[in-house]
Design a protein. Structure first.
Length: 157
């Protein structure tokens, strides 16, 4: 990734647990409502951008994971971009590629298309590792997730 490694984006975004909702719109509304306030992007702007993107094509990628994100960068400066890891209270139908319900979200909020594609590349790399998927299913603490991601980043360099 450019300035921010994926582990830094997750560290900045944090982990949110027991996000409630019966469908993607309710889940995303709950999640964005739980986030801290970012000066450069109001919560309602972020939520609208994420919901609009979801309407274009659902972001469920399979294995119980969805990657909601705005279609275009909505945050500035780069120092405020983040990725949130969220565990849902219960699995939700998300029109995922494999038909599985989603129980884990990674909300990507980037300052540029380049940063966004870099985050997607890192997530793709991680999600091809069975150990990472297994770790997500265990819903570990933030430090355990970060340790796994940092180790993967070292191996990838």
């Amino acid at each position: 990734m450019s300035k921010d490694g994926f582990s830094e984006l997750i560290e900045r975004g944090g982990i949110y647990r027991d996000i409630m909702g019966e469908n993607p719109e309710e889940v995303l509304t709950s999640l964005v409502g739980a986030l801290p306030i970012f000066p450069s992007v109001p919560a309602d702007t972020l939520l609208q951008a994420v919901l609009e993107r979801e309407l274009l094509m659902p972001t469920g990628i399979g294995k119980g994971i969805a990657l909601p994100h705005p279609r275009n960068p909505v945050i500035s400066p780069e120092s405020e971009q983040f990725t949130v890891l969220a565990f849902l209270e219960k699995p939700v139908a998300w029109d995922s590629l494999d038909g599985e319900k989603v129980d884990t979200l990674m909300l990507i909020v980037s300052a540029s298309a380049k940063q966004h594609l870099s985050a997607l590349s890192e997530i793709n790399f991680l999600c091809r590792q069975e150990a990472f998927i297994k770790l997500l299913k265990e819903r570990p603490a933030l430090d355990e997730i970060l340790a796994f991601i940092r180790e993967a980043e070292k191996k990838r360099k």
